[in-house]
Design a protein around this ligand. Structure first.
Ligand code: A2P
Length: 329
């Protein structure tokens, strides 16, 4: 199949190429695209160099799949034009996620919502993907009433410029700031833009996307998104209030049997998930699984994943594989 990758020079774009290589997607044509700033650049894919092209150029190649990871504005501008040409668009931005005609997919949880009728498929926000994967089976078995989330997010989630800011600060180099504050030796409760309701846009993604993926608008959710000076992945402290009683043993067993989840939970021996060790891996790691004794059916856990892998690239490539397995591309 012919695949266009919009945003090929970005952090997620780079990981997308590596994941496509590892998963051996049957790619017969590959067209990497980026902005005019990248004219003349080359990227490496499957052992050869490819010139970065403009999105307009790429459209003329009539791909079967166009993967977008170049921000909302670019997706809004070009996605529908690719669909008109018969392509499936897998979009990593937030442009289409709340559109009721667009499936929002974590394949292990709701691949069944993908169908040839919907040609734009949205990849959820990185923090949502890693949280929804382990909590989906818990919701099915015990019904989640309320979620209280605090995230500790890697700078890689903000893109190339943020990673550069962290490296430059460490090296003592003054340069362009991706954030309104220094990030090294610091953290701030600020992800995206602040909204009228007091939340940040990244916080509201966790609220709205989780409800859509779990197909349950009634779950009460509150979140605080925090950026920390880390690069391996995002971590999340998640508190769940369940409708039905549970045993910790059953929850652990359920998570151990959930595809894509690895339980790392032996705190007395210092075993719990950490972003440093999640980096480069496709799994979602869960630990500190314990009862919240402050309510009747409360559960706490700590969830970590590489936000560039399962939080973005791996999830998108899984969607492409699903399309291929169903012979829709
Ligand atoms: P470029 O490198 O030319 O700016 P990141 O989130 O890691 O910063 O990456 C963003 C990706 O999106 C980059 O590949 C970037 O290309 C691409 N991009 C940004 N704006 C556009 C645009 N208007 N058209 C195409 N690609 C874009």
């Amino acid at each position: 199949m012919v695949i266009v990758l919009v945003g090929a020079t970005g952090l997620v774009g780079e990981v997308m190429m590596r994941v496509m290589e590892e998963q051996q997607l049957p790619v017969t044509g590959f067209i990497p695209c980026a902005s005019a700033r990248s004219a003349g650049k080359e990227v490496r894919f499957q052992g050869r160099g490819y010139k970065v092209r403009s999105v307009e150029d790429a459209m003329a190649t009539e791909p079967q799949i166009a993967i977008f990871s170049a921000g909302s504005a670019t997706s809004k501008k070009y996605a529908k034009a690719f669909v008109k040409q018969g392509a499936y668009v897998i979009d990593n931005s937030s442009a289409w996620r709340s559109d009721k005609n667009v499936p929002l997919v974590v394949p292990e949880v709701n691949a069944h919502t993908i169908s040839p009728a919907a040609q734009i498929i949205a990849n959820p926000n990185c923090s949502t993907i890693q949280m929804v994967l382990p909590i989906a089976p818990i919701h099915k078995a015990y019904v989640i009433r309320r979620l209280v989330i605090a995230t500790y997010q890697s700078v890689t989630g903000t893109g190339v410029k943020a990673l550069q800011q962290l490296h430059n600060e460490r090296a003592g180099i003054e340069s362009e700031m991706a954030y309104p504050h220094p990030i090294d030796l610091n953290c701030f409760p600020h992800g995206g833009d602040f909204l009228e309701n007091g939340y940040s846009s990244e916080e509201m993604k966790l609220v709205n996307e989780t409800r859509k993926i779990l197909n349950d608008p009634g779950i009460r959710i509150t979140a605080t998104v925090v950026r920390i000076p880390v690069i391996g992945g995002h971590s999340e402290a998640v508190n769940l209030e369940l409708e039905n009683d549970f045993s910790i043993k059953d929850i652990k067993e359920m998570l151990m049997n959930t595809a894509g989840v690895i339980v790392q939970d032996d705190p007395k021996n210092n075993l719990y998930p950490m972003p440093k060790y999640a980096e480069g891996k496709d799994a979602v790691f869960v630990g500190r699984i314990r009862r919240d004794h402050s309510v009747s059916h409360g559960l706490d856990m700590w969830i970590v994943a590489d936000n560039l892998r399962k939080g973005a690239a791996t999830n998108a490539v899984q969607i492409a594989q699903y399309l291929h397995a169903n012979a829709w591309v």
